[in-house]
Design a protein around this ligand. Structure first.
Ligand code: NAP
Length: 480
């Protein structure tokens, strides 16, 4: 059994108490042991990051980029191994894990490339013989706290822009799936990143999160995870006036109109609601369907859902893996019970899967509740599992009103062939990320990512927008 250490000031710290990284598809399998970092480790990591900052910040950005490019090549050389580890620690299917590994590598390369492009502003002055310009500068030590559902891509889409801008980093991955992030740190280490520039601490979110928010050298914190923890981080980090970026929950709608490509809409909703076990922050959790096609759509969606194969994501032909851990499974089952009490039986699914290999994992049937009232708890609260509610809308305006009716605003989708409805949706939907005739989930790294309303706080992630969080401007007026 391999023990994975914390990484502080360029050293792997492999001694001390550990916690288990368990395969949710087969809980007999321990993927690895992780050394439990302490609050003192977080302080040491933040101090190391502070000491490394001046030299790293002074390094030319294209030179920093070379390290990121090299790390991308190292990950590429271990592609299948890393994807299999991701399936084993998080539960998503092997093809999904390979897709995420590809994304991680592309994110590293994209931000490495930005190292040679990172510009500022140069504009003409109103004054004679005055040269005025603004350059980007890093902000210092940045804390990163990440969730388990994209255990490689999310750490990477925070790490890569932070590092290319010249910041130094302390990262705390989710305890349920820390190995995928650890592999990125390993690759950066092997690529020759100077000591202290990146630091990795695994362990209890409560203990390490508090220590990180309180660590004196910290200048900024970027968090992705649940709304409750995000709000706590906001409260604590605001007291110190840290720069804060939060990406949190969603209750994402897909509107299906009568003029949609019917079969494609069924496929898109099934994909967005159930793939990755519904554990994508951009997953569809509400389908809002126009009255004329409602019954036909629900019937087709139920048939499609019955064909989805649930099982161990390492096996060929499996569509949906397990929930990530027992707590996640119990939360999903609890919401299904709430749905049954509040609303009645689901039209498909609604149970934990048991018997044979299912008994070793956290498997749940993809579940649909149809004709759900808008104010039902299952229609308002984030479940973060393979549970979909379906709602009947009298027309597009009614559907859009329903889509916008929750506190969240992460992603939203419309399925239609009417170009005017597309633009009504583009301008009217209250979400940071919209899709048209695609699943609500499935984003690329080249454009800004993030939500509105209670889903997000602070500058967006990814694409060129990532620099708004990870760098600052220095403005210069020069008389010559
Ligand atoms: P979570 O429980 O909030 O955990 C997220 C991270 O915060 C983990 O590393 C966790 O550590 C840590 N943490 C726990 N308590 C903390 C504290 N008191 N202070 C600081 N950090 C703390 O969320 P999750 O269950 O991992 O992820 C699911 C949630 O993430 C869902 O709500 C989903 O919508 C959201 N999400 C949002 C996006 C987006 O971009 N908007 C993307 C992905 C996921 P431990 O693992 O050790 O507890």
């Amino acid at each position: 059994m391999q023990t994975y250490g914390n990484y502080i000031n360029g050293e792997w710290l492999t001694s001390g108490p550990t916690f288990e990284n368990i395969n949710p598809a087969n809980t007999d399998e321990i993927v690895g042991l992780f050394v439990k970092a302490t609050a003192a480790d977080v302080d040491a990591a933040a101090d190391a990051a502070a000491a490394a900052f001046p030299k790293w910040a002074a390094m030319a950005a294209p030179a920093r980029a070379n390290i990121l490019f090299k790390a991308a090549d190292i990950l590429e050389s271990r592609f299948d191994q890393i994807a299999a580890e991701m399936t084993r620690e998080e539960g998503k299917t092997f093809p999904e894990a390979k897709g995420e590994c590809r994304r991680t590598i592309n994110i590293l390369k994209y931000f490495a490339g930005e190292g040679s492009r990172m510009g500022g502003h140069l504009v003409p002055s109103e004054r004679d013989r005055v040269h005025m310009f603004a350059i980007r500068k890093p902000i210092g030590v940045v804390g990163l706290v990440t969730p388990w559902n994209f255990p490689s891509a999310i750490p990477c889409w925070k790490l890569a822009p932070a590092l290319i801008c010249g910041n130094t980093v302390v990262i705390k991955p989710a305890s349920a799936a820390p190995l995928s992030a650890w592999r990125i740190i390993e690759a950066l280490h092997e690529a020759g990143i100077p000591k202290g520039v990146v630091n990795f601490v695994a362990g209890s979110g409560g203990t390490l999160g508090k220590a990180l928010v309180e660590a004196k050298p910290l200048k900024a914190i970027s968090f992705t995870g649940s709304e409750s923890i995000g709000k706590w981080i906001h409260t604590e980090a605001s007291k110190r006036m840290l720069r804060i970026q939060l990406e949190m929950g969603g209750k994402n709608p897909t509107i299906v109109l009568k003029d949609a490509d019917f079969n494609a809409a069924v496929e898109n909703v099934a994909n967005a609601a159930f793939f990755s076990t519904g554990q994508k922050c951009t997953a569809t959790s509400r389908a809002i369907v126009e009255d004329e096609i409602y019954d036909k759509f629900v019937a087709a969606l139920v048939e499609r859902t019955k064909k989805l194969k649930v099982g161990n994501g390492m096996e060929a032909g499996i569509d949906i893996g397990p929930a990530v851990d027992e707590a996640a499974l119990n939360a999903i089952l609890e919401y299904i019970e709430i749905g049954k009490k509040e609303h009645g039986a689901p039209v498909v699914g609604g149970n934990r899967l048991t018997g044979g290999a299912f008994d070793k994992g956290y498997y749940v049937e993809p579940t649909i509740f149809a004709d759900v009232k808008e104010d039902a708890r299952i229609a308002k609260e984030e479940i973060f599992g393979p549970v979909l509610t379906v709602h009947r809308a009298s027309n597009f305006e009614d559907a859009l009103r329903m889509a916008n009716s929750t506190q969240y605003g992460l992603s939203a989708s419309v399925q239609t062939s009417n170009v005017s409805r597309v633009f009504d949706f583009v301008y009217g939907a209250e979400a940071g990320l919209l899709t048209v005739n695609l699943p609500s989930a499935g984003v690329e790294y080249q454009l800004p990512f993030g939500g509105t309303k209670d889903s997000s706080f602070g500058p967006k992630e990814q694409g060129p927008a990532a620099f708004d969080f990870y760098s600052d401007y220095k403005t210069i007026y020069l008389k010559y």
